[in-house]
Every structure is written in structure tokens, then in C-alpha cells.
Design a protein around this ligand. Sequence first.
Ligand code: CA
Length: 227
Amino acid sequence: MVNICLVEDEQKVAAFICKGLEEQGYKLKAAKDGFTAKSMLQTDEFDLLILDVMLPDINGIELCRQIRLTDSQTPILMLTALDQVHSKVSGLKAGADDYLVKPFHFSELLARIEALLRRKNVKASQDHILTFDDLKLDTWSSIAERGGTQITLTAKEFTLLELFMNHPNKVLSREYIAEKVWKIDFDTGTNFIDVYVNYLRNKIEKGFKNKLIHTVIGMGYILKSDK
Ligand code: CA
């Protein structure tokens, strides 16, 4: 079920959009002003937001800007009146993904919504695979793959590899790794990080020509390509 939040103060327009989209199988929640919209966004999860520019309290563009401070992912479609076409630029600058000028045909609205949701799904399905050189890490299944060979990781090895793959070509200190993977302050008297890095190296480098995790003496470790 796709959840859509509509923020529109004009009752007729809101009813037209809600009715049409519900007939297409979407689930709608409507707010008449920015204040209501903001509280709805705090309690509900939405797949897409439709914001009208002209609202009684906060302007739709400002509302969009505020939403983007904490949510960069959810697609936002802005609705603008014909005489406010200049606001489309401000809307896109504020982080909206698309805009539609009123009055519009329902089929046009539907096409824009479908395009935004498609884009979102393509992004989401790619986001969970991290890639570096010939190494892939599926963050949903926690399974790594190198050169077509699947590599099973323990929970800590997975978290460690994910950390490296999110910071490729950057030296990660033992202190940083301890804090991010083990949520503890690093104690220089222990060598467990070196031990775990070696476990991980064994799994992702054994049988392969190129090393991926390199020791940087006196500093830490770096994920980089040998080539
Ligand atoms: Ca309005």
C-alpha cells in the first residue's frame, strides 16, 4: 500500500485529488495546513508528499524546506497556481522533486506520482548494495560477494566491512573503528580490532590477487584498490 500525504487547504481540490488517487489504490491522508501536516509527518510514514504552495499558515515552499531538513528521501510534488509559476523554482530549490501547475488533468497528476514513486523504488533497490572494486556487500542479507563468490560474514565482520565500504579510500583509526563497530572507547592495550580486521581479510582476500584492506602503520586501516 502506497501512503500519500496531501497538504491542500482548498476543499474542492483536496477532495478531487483524494478521490481520484484512492480509486487508483493509493492511501491518502490530507492536511489543510502546514501545522497539521507537520504533526502528521511526525506520526505517520509516507511514500510521497503533495504540497500546495498557498496554504493558510506556512507557505508550501517553506514547509518543503523544513521537511527536507530531516527527510531527504521522500518524494515531494508541489502544486502551484498558474500565476505563481515563479514559485516552481523556489519549490525545486527548497527540495521538491517535481511540480504541477493548477489546474491540471488528473491523468497528469497520476503520471507524475507514478514517475516519482518509480524513481524512489529504483533508488531504494540500489541503495542496499555497497560496491567497491570487485567486492559487493548486500546490507539487507549481510552477504558479501567478490568475483562471483559469495562470502558469509559474522555480524561483527559485516558491520566492520560496511564501515570500510561506506568510507572507501579513507584511513580509519582503531579508535574510530572501535567506536563505530563496538560502540566502545578504544583501549590501546588490546588488539581485538587487528584480530577482527584479519578475520575479515581472510574472508574477502583469501584466494584473490588484490588486497583490499591495507594497514597504514601508526594510523589504522584503509579500504583501497591495489590496481
Ligand atoms: Ca491552496
